[in-house]
Design a protein. Structure first.
Length: 245
């Protein structure tokens, strides 16, 4: 599952890449500050491109919350939902049936721009974090769903069955986030998609040869260490994992 991401691109870079504008220019300095490690379970604020305003980058809270909740109930809902993954990920196979997703899938789809994300590899019962990024260092477009609660957006990242590369790395859960290319990013935000069109997008596998992945420090998973530092996205080789590549 995708519970850890990195956002280090400047707002201007995201605006140019996705052909959007930040919804409130006064937020630029806040979102220009690089975050090398977003731990989803802290429910950070991240930028999303919402379907209903597909020309803007807007702040959203990672961890989808039912739209019948009030803004004052968001934090408590996240605490209650932690046993279900905190609303951080949505299984794409359930988007038309789940009580939250089925209301969002037709009209509340979003793109979550990230610089990269982390997935765990299990080796003899120990977890080793791997970082995934675009080889050309372009922003990645993760497909998601969102709800609007008063003035707040809450969102989740869609996951799907792992492609061969992700199955090799994320070998315990065999899942991956749904990464979209330029054309599908545009399509995902279209108001004209039918259910069959959405199902086709969900089946998409982003080209593995456009991704770079490598192991990083196990500090990423340590609650005792501040892992939101630049070095957390640096490659660290583990001799016990030499069989992977």
């Amino acid at each position: 599952m995708c519970f850890h991401t990195s956002t280090t691109h400047k707002v201007k870079k995201l605006e140019q890449h996705f052909k959007v504008n930040l919804v409130d220019p006064s937020m630029e300095s806040y979102f220009d500050k690089p975050t090398y490690h977003h731990n989803g379970f802290s429910h950070p604020n991240m930028l999303v491109i919402p379907q209903e305003r597909s020309d803007v980058l807007a702040p959203g809270i990672w961890g989808i919350v039912p739209n019948y909740k009030t803004k004052d109930e968001i934090k408590n809902y996240h605490k209650e939902a932690v046993r279900y993954g905190g609303g951080l990920n949505a299984r794409s196979e359930k988007v038309f049936d789940h009580f939250i997703y089925k209301d969002a899938i037709m009209e509340n789809r979003c793109i979550i721009p990230v610089s990269g994300f982390f997935e765990p590899h299990d080796h003899k019962g120990k977890k080793y974090p791997f970082y995934f990024k675009d080889k050309a260092d372009k922003p990645l477009a993760l497909a998601g769903l969102y709800t609007v609660i008063e003035t707040y957006i809450t969102f989740t990242i869609l996951t799907k069955e792992a492609s061969p590369l992700f199955a090799k790395i994320h070998n315990k859960k065999n899942r991956q986030p749904l990464i979209l290319d330029k054309d599908l990013t545009h399509n995902w935000l279209s108001i004209d998609l039918k259910e069959s069109d959405i199902e086709d997008v969900i089946k998409y596998n982003f080209p593995e040869d456009e991704l770079e992945t490598f192991s990083v420090s196990k500090d990423l998973f340590s609650p005792k260490v501040d892992s939101n530092i630049e070095s957390i996205v640096n490659k660290i080789e583990y001799t016990e994992l030499s069989h992977l590549f």
